[in-house]
Design a protein around this ligand. Structure first.
Ligand code: NOJ
Ligand code: CA
Length: 548
């Protein structure tokens, strides 16, 4: 069990077009990424998650795919991609790619054929309605940017369904050929050497949409079938799904065949994400404690993927209105920082006032909580955002490599960059960049390297159980532990600004030569665990015992 690679992985998410441009056309590309793999290896990344790499009109940052069997020519060729897989493997880095099969681009040849010919073999690959569906103004994922979920297609003279933007018609999972095609897409990329897929919008993929029915059936069995298929093609191939659903539905996505997960291996922990952000905003760990208590037990092999920032807005929709208001007040008070009435379109460093103590605390917390940590590019150097850009593009600016023009991202003229580089204010690339931080042992980047290296010594975090240690503690302090066959790690995090101490002496009998393996500063010896000090916004990772 414990050798399942995804349980010990450190996942790094990036978009090729904003990472590194090798040919000076202003757009990041695969060769550019290959040139930066050593940077990722040094950071301690073991798995890359690439945002969509396929040819695309790029109206939703690549989540509108026009050809599932190729890479976007702006990024390079399939040959370059195979080279990337080879070079990454040489450095011990696996690569997973986004699998976006809830919908295609409306420019995809399948949709073009489906809309223009009633006899097209692709007609029933999409979801149509002859009448205007009465519920067409419901279920929008991007309120404000999207007015409806059914649009009239003048060529087909029919309404088509699109859970997301109008230019992203949904594929029809009821059609067997679609179900088979999705497998074929997986098979193609597995054959090329990817380690698995980040599956986009899973609850919507399996939805058997019917006009006028707000609660259509979901084909959960297809997830079992797909998992079985993937596993036959690549024994350790992994599915990591985006399924932002109510807690009582989560376990169904993991599947349970005789106690073992037989559907999705890993789910993003959206619930913990929102609770962590709430806890940071309130400087009180209670929401995290609640999340740890309420989370369903996972079937064997099931795993959470934890994150603080991803490429989208921070989704606060599952918090209560009062909780959401607290987070907005602290982290996104200006309406321009908010999105879709439910989220925040900022990076973490600006949200935390660029306060180094709070940044370390937040990431120490994320990486020590259960599951596999996922880190978004640029967070490791504390990059900022650009609220002048539309919607979610604010957090999708180019990686800041150095003080060279365009942050060393590209040699193209500034006006030709895929997106502007952040070049003013506290987060300008002259102040926040990899090269400077690499040289500075006290930098955030150096801290991330150290923290991730420490995590390597603490396999209990990814593979073991994570529980709140319920002891009297000052209001800002969270004590939790990770246990597995390898031993026990104990964690003390102080979300508040005041220094405090906790009495952990009841745990002392379990301790075997305990020591701090990571902390915000040097603390006095742990003694018999009586008064464990922790600074305001401080943290201590303590190795309690080791079995092997
Ligand atoms: C979820 C992705 O994370 C988001 O970026 C995208 O816009 C939608 N799915 C549609 O594919
Ligand atoms: Ca390029």
């Amino acid at each position: 069990m414990s050798d399942r690679w995804y349980k010990k992985a450190v996942v790094y998410c990036l978009d090729i077009d904003t990472f590194a441009d090798s040919n000076g056309d202003g757009i990041g590309d695969i060769r550019g990424l290959i040139g930066r793999l050593d940077y990722l290896a040094r950071l301690g990344v073991t798995c890359l998650w690439l945002n969509p790499i396929h040819p695309s009109p790029d109206r939703d940052d690549g989540y509108d795919v026009a050809d599932f069997y190729n890479v976007d020519p702006r990024f390079g060729t399939l040959g370059d991609f195979a080279e990337l897989l080879h070079q990454a493997a040489n450095l011990g880095i696996k690569v997973i790619i986004d699998l976006v099969v809830n919908h295609t681009s409306d420019q995809h040849p399948w949709f073009q054929s489906a809309r223009s010919d009633p006899d097209s073999p692709f007609r029933d690959w999409y979801v149509w309605s002859e009448e205007a569906p009465p519920d067409r103004h419901q279920g929008m994922v991007f309120p404000g940017e999207q007015g409806e979920t059914w649009s009239f297609d003048r060529t087909a003279k029919l309404w088509y369904y699109h859970r997301f933007y109008k230019f992203q018609p949904d594929l029809n999972i009821k059609t067997e050929a679609v179900r088979e095609e999705i497998k074929k897409i997986c098979a193609f990329w597995l054959q090329l050497g990817v380690a698995g897929f980040r599956m986009d919008a899973v609850p919507f993929i399996i939805e058997e949409t019917q006009p006028g029915n707000p609660n259509p059936a979901k084909n959960m069995d297809y997830l079992t079938e797909l998992r079985e298929f993937v596993q036959w093609r690549k024994g350790d191939g992994v599915l990591l799904a985006e399924a932002n659903v109510e807690p009582d539905q989560l376990v169904g996505f993991f599947g349970d065949g005789g106690g073992s997960s037989n559907r999705i291996h890993m789910l993003f922990d959206f619930m913990l994400n929102a609770r962590m952000v709430l806890a940071l905003a309130r400087e009180n760990p209670e929401p995290i404690i609640e999340a740890l208590r309420e989370t369903p037990k996972l079937p064997k092999g099931g795993q959470w993927a934890t994150f603080l920032r991803n490429h989208d807005e921070i989704d606060l929709s599952r918090l209560t209105a009062e909780q959401r208001a607290d987070v907005f007040a602290k982290f996104g008070p200006d309406p321009d920082m908010q999105l879709y009435g439910r989220g925040i379109r900022r990076r973490l460093a600006p949200m935390l006032g660029n306060d180094r103590r709070r940044l370390e605390l937040a990431y120490a917390l994320q990486f020590s909580l259960r599951g596999t940590p996922v880190l978004r590019y640029g967070e490791e150097i504390g990059m900022g955002d650009d609220l002048a850009l539309e919607g979610r593009d604010s957090i999708r600016t180019p990686m800041q490599w150095s003080i060279l023009p365009n942050a060393g991202f590209s040699t193209a003229p500034k006006a030709e960059l895929v997106r502007p580089v952040v070049d003013h204010g506290d987060f300008a690339y002259e102040k926040v960049n990899v090269t400077q931080q690499r040289l500075d042992r006290k930098s955030l980047l150096s801290w991330f390297e150290r923290m991730i290296r420490t995590l390597r010594e603490a396999p209990e975090v990814g593979a073991g159980s994570c529980t709140h240690v319920d002891l009297p503690a000052p209001p800002g302090v969270l004590v939790h532990r990770a246990d597995d066959v390898t031993g026990t790690m104990l964690f003390v995090h102080n979300l508040g600004p005041e220094a405090g101490s906790v009495d952990l002496s009841s745990l002392y009998p379990e301790a075997e030569a305990p020591n701090d393996v990571l902390a915000d500063r040097e603390y006095p010896d742990l003694g018999k665990f009586r008064e464990i000090d922790v600074a305001g916004y401080g943290y201590r990772w303590i190795r309690l015992r080791r079995y092997s």
